[in-house]
Design a protein around this ligand. Structure first.
Ligand code: ATP
Ligand code: MG
Length: 263
């Protein structure tokens, strides 16, 4: 456990899906992310935890290409993409869900997934919509819905789905682009206990060959679904280790259980 690049557990076969080195982002006077380094192995799942404002979403945005880092580098599948835009990174295989929902609420469930399957999870891509979906797109969209358990809701309007089902749909949309790396930003936010259980199962059942980076406030989920966990606070790295190591880490306990000494 250290602040330097922690290697994936039991790594061996294949290049890492993601390597970030010394990644930082400053917004005016706020150092949102401060020198974060991490390596995600080809079959690995890593949880990212930390209190509000820790820099987790900003870190994701730099990995996905929405935000240019002020320091450091991002490598995807062995390629330096630090200066590469979001669309190109998506085409390279970055699939993601957003902390704030990105669904077309007035469209049907299947049409949302078709838009994503055609290569865009961004709302800007709606301008592509007048094209008819190809068989391949429809097939991938159907398979993605099947894998999240929403195939029976395919023709319903998104606004008729429960909050939990909408979160499942967002994962289907990310899967429809056939990602090689999946970034999930608080997929369980706002879900009931029952919805969390469904979501947990869904993520557990995703292919182990798909590397995942999961931001999650729910410690049970974050630690239960991942091989390793990184904790951040105030933009900085606190610890990276196995779920057990992180659970027992003094600073993590202080952050999550409020046991910080007042000196
Ligand atoms: N576009 C922006 N402009 C200015 N400051 C920003 C911007 N985006 C994020 N920040 C600041 O950067 C810090 C990290 O924010 P970020 O959203 O990455 O945290 P987070 O760990 O995802 O928090 P949460 O758990 O609440 O989602 C915060 O202080 C936030 O206010
Ligand atoms: Mg966030």
């Amino acid at each position: 456990m250290s602040a330097t690049v922690p290697g994936p557990q039991g790594s061996g076969a294949g290049a890492p899906a993601l390597v970030i080195s010394g990644l930082g982002k400053r917004y005016g006077g706020v150092q949102a992310v401060d020198g974060i380094s991490l390596e995600l192995g080809p079959n690995e799942r890593i949880g990212v935890i930390g209190p509000n404002g820790a820099g987790k979403t900003t870190l994701f945005k730099m990995i996905a290409g929405d935000v240019a880092p002020t320091t450091g580098t991002v490598e995807l599948f062995g390629n330096d993409v630090t200066r590469t835009g979001t669309a190109r990174r998506a085409r390279m295989g970055v699939g993601r869900t957003f902390q704030v929902s990105n669904l077309f609420r007035d469209m049907s469930v299947i049409d949302n997934v078709r838009v994503a399957a055609r290569g865009g999870s961004s709302k800007a891509r709606i301008f592509w919509w007048p094209q008819l979906p190809t068989d391949d797109v429809s097939q991938r969209a159907g398979e993605a819905l099947e894998s999240v358990g929403l195939i029976d809701r395919r023709d319903d309007q998104v606004s008729d789905l429960s909050h939990g089902e909408q979160r499942q749909l967002e994962i289907a949309m990310a899967l429809a682009s056939e990602p090689k790396l999946l970034l999930l930003d608080e997929p369980a936010a706002g879900l009931s206990a029952a919805e969390r259980t469904t979501l947990r199962q869904l993520i557990e059942e995703l292919p182990r060959t798909l590397p995942i980076l999961l931001i999650e406030h729910d410690m049970t989920l974050a630690l239960g679904l991942t091989d390793r966990v990184m904790c951040m606070e105030n933009g900085r790295h606190v610890v990276t280790g196995t779920p057990d190591e992180v659970r027992e880490h003094e600073t993590v306990k202080e952050i999550y259980l409020g046991r910080r000494d007042k000196k």
